[in-house]
Design a protein around this ligand. Structure first.
Ligand code: COA
Length: 88
């Protein structure tokens, strides 16, 4: 994994078109991405998000993510949360 992705991007990202938010789309996108990551040989995935992004935190937690760390990358930005999801 590239260093920049360890700090900011993580293994998986998602974005739902605004007019379709709140319908479970991102939860399902992440759910379907996990077996693909497993098939690539990963045993866990890192997902990062801002601590102000309550919807994304919910999506990660609904997919079994556990918070490992919260870090200030820049004083002018929200804290960055580092979640891991173990791949069975
Ligand atoms: C984050 C994002 C991907 C969520 O997409 P979505 O398709 O609306 O997500 P879902 O419908 O699967 O689930 C959202 C969950 O967050 C909850 N939620 C939404 N807004 C919330 C808020 N302000 N506070 C708390 N929970 C919130 C919803 O209730 C839902 O949980 P529930 O199923 O228990 O009710 C979407 O808001 C987005 O594209 N944001 C911009 C890009 C982004 O931030 N990507 C993630 C980068 S880490």
């Amino acid at each position: 994994m590239r260093d920049a992705l360890r700090v900011e991007g993580g293994h998986i990202g998602y974005d739902t078109v605004p007019s379709f938010r709140g319908r479970g789309v991102a939860t399902e996108m992440l759910r379907q991405a996990l077996p693909l990551a497993r098939a690539l040989g990963l045993t866990a995935v890192l997902i990062t998000c801002d601590d102000t992004n309550a919807a994304s935190i919910r999506v990660i937690e609904k997919n079994g993510g556990s918070l490992k760390e919260r870090k200030a990358l820049d004083a002018s930005r929200p804290l960055k949360c580092y979640y891991f999801i173990a791949l069975g």
